[in-house]
Design a protein around this ligand. Structure first.
Ligand code: ADP
Length: 498
């Protein structure tokens, strides 16, 4: 199959979160299965700088000239096009946010441009001599592609993956007018969402198949608690909605060959993990006290990740024999609270604000336990890295965390199936109780070692997930060939249900 994979971030060219990891891994895994996958993404300056030998393609588009930079996904043979539109994408830093932390005011225009170029590419109007069978769109930034394609008589089949439903690309009606979108799209069954324009609704309403990045999240988003107001629409499309777990880049995240860690190890040399704990403490300025277990946390410091739950229990944690290492950035109020805690307890708490790939690897290798008390978690990657690194994840039973971590219940422990500690509610007391439980297990070296080893033996590679995506593409092609006239969305929804 020929697949155009469109994403607003692709590791290692630019990354703000898990979307980039998926976009950097899945196309290569699909291509290893024999599919012809090509990636389209914006030419942010960092992405251009990181690209290998980009070739400038000057192309004619209906609206005028257009430049694509043609390269390969680094380290692979997967072709990658960077949309070189300096006025829209020639900005350093976060792809979506201005230096003041607010969204760029022209985000709608920027990602509408990406969508229009993607549509022209699928119709080979840019003269590249290539037409995909499938367009694989990812998150709101690509949400206009499916509705714009619905006008094309010879459109490819469309798959839309929700990596995080909480980010929807909402803009005022004025913006809808300014983008000169077809007026028929201003309907509740299309882009209109409570008086605003929703990019993500375009993806959810007009794609042949929708998926999310874990089976549990696919079910959760059909409920008011997790559906962000879109649960009615998603429920109406449930026959076309599924969940496929993300894999991990098992070359970059391999404790047996990780260049970022102090000592490589595997399940048979697990004792070498302690060398990484010492290195992590040194790196973070914590004393190397063998009495303490090290708890790690890496990620965006936002409510979604339950960072406030952790902040709430810091005083209780200090009563326990633990040290805490946090790496992340996000909301200032959480950054300040964590920095303050580290300043007052420098021997017990270390906080690094910022983005640091190498330190993230060292935390995974050096920590004994890894915290993910998320309120919602579409898939989550860190709990997968943790298991691979023999670091016991302590997670809330939600989304992809529920699908990938087996609680250390007596039954699971007896059956050798446990791989972490799982708690039910996003409340500080539940997180604290889970940490107590983990520490009790930590004091039983044999049980602990078997917990670590079981996690290390699990297969989280992309190979399995990639074949599930290939099946999803087949389903999308089948749905498309049986579809109604392309200009009509295929259902009437919802919102009454909200
Ligand atoms: P999300 O996409 O919701 O942010 P995921 O767990 O799916 O969360 O993916 C986050 C990815 O970003 C992981 O690879 C994680 O290690 C990485 N990451 C997040 N924050 C940082 C940071 N401050 N420094 C280094 N890596 C980070």
């Amino acid at each position: 199959m020929k697949v155009l994979f469109v994403s607003s971030e692709v590791f290692p060219l630019v990354k703000t979160g898990g979307l980039a990891d998926v976009s950097g891994s899945l196309p290569a895994a699909l291509s290893a299965l024999g599919h012809d996958v090509r990636i389209l993404m914006p030419a942010y300056p960092e992405a251009v700088a990181a690209a290998e030998g980009p070739q400038e393609l000057s192309l004619r588009q209906s609206g005028g000239q257009l430049t694509l930079l043609s390269t390969r996904l680094p380290g692979t043979a997967v072709p990658l096009w960077l949309l070189d539109a300096p006025a829209s994408f020639g900005r350093f830093g976060n792809p979506y946010l201005a230096p003041n932390g607010a969204p760029w005011p022209d985000n709608a225009e920027r990602f509408a441009l990406l969508a229009r170029v993607a549509v022209d590419l699928t119709q080979d109007r840019l003269g590249l001599g290539w037409k995909p069978d499938i367009v694989h769109c990812n998150d709101w930034q690509t949400g206009l592609i499916p509705p714009l394609l619905s006008d094309e008589p010879n459109r490819p089949a469309v798959v839309f993956t929700v990596h995080n439903l909480a980010y929807q690309g909402l803009f005022p009606y004025d913006t809808f007018l300014r983008l000169a979108l077809p007026p028929r799209l201003w309907r509740m069954e299309a882009l209109e969402f409570y008086g605003q324009m929703s990019f993500i609704k375009g993806g959810l309403a007009f794609s042949d198949r929708i998926n999310t990045v874990s089976p549990t999240y696919a079910a959760e988003i059909q409920t008011p608690e997790f559906g962000c107001g879109l649960e009615g629409l998603l429920k109406s499309r449930r026959a076309h909605l599924s969940g496929i777990l993300n894999g991990i880049d098992d070359i970059a995240w391999n404790p047996a060959a990780d260049p970022h860690i102090a000592a490589t190890y595997d399940a048979d040399t697990l004792e070498r993990k302690q060398l990484n704990r010492t290195a992590l403490r040194q790196r973070c300025g914590l004393p190397d006290n063998p009495e303490f277990a090290v708890l790690g946390m890496v990620g965006r410091l936002v409510e979604q990740k339950g960072i406030d739950l952790l902040i709430d229990i810091l005083d209780d944690l200090l009563q326990l024999p633990i040290q805490l290492v946090v790496l992340g950035s996000g909301e200032k109020v959480f950054e300040r609270a964590l920095k303050h805690a580290a300043q007052t307890q420098p021997e017990r708490i270390a906080v690094t604000i910022g983005y640091d790939e190498a330190l993230a690897h060292l935390v995974e290798a050096g920590a004994d336990m890894f915290l993910m008390p998320s309120r919602f978690e579409p898939c989550g990657l860190n709990q997968l890295y943790s298991q691979r690194y023999g670091t016991v994840p302590i997670v809330r039973k939600v989304g992809g965390l529920a699908d990938t971590v087996a609680d250390a219940s007596p039954e699971h422990l007896a059956a050798g199936l446990a791989s972490g500690v799982v708690f039910e509610q996003a409340k500080p007391a539940f997180l604290l109780e889970a940490i107590y439980r983990a520490l009790a297990l930590y004091r039983e070296p044999d049980a602990w070692r078997s917990l670590c080893r079981h996690g290390m033996g699990k297969d989280f590679s992309w190979r399995r997930s990639a074949s599930l995506y290939a099946e999803l593409y087949e389903q999308a092609l089948a749905d498309k060939s049986g579809s109604r006239p392309a200009a009509e969305p295929r259902y009437t929804d919802e919102l009454a249900a909200v």
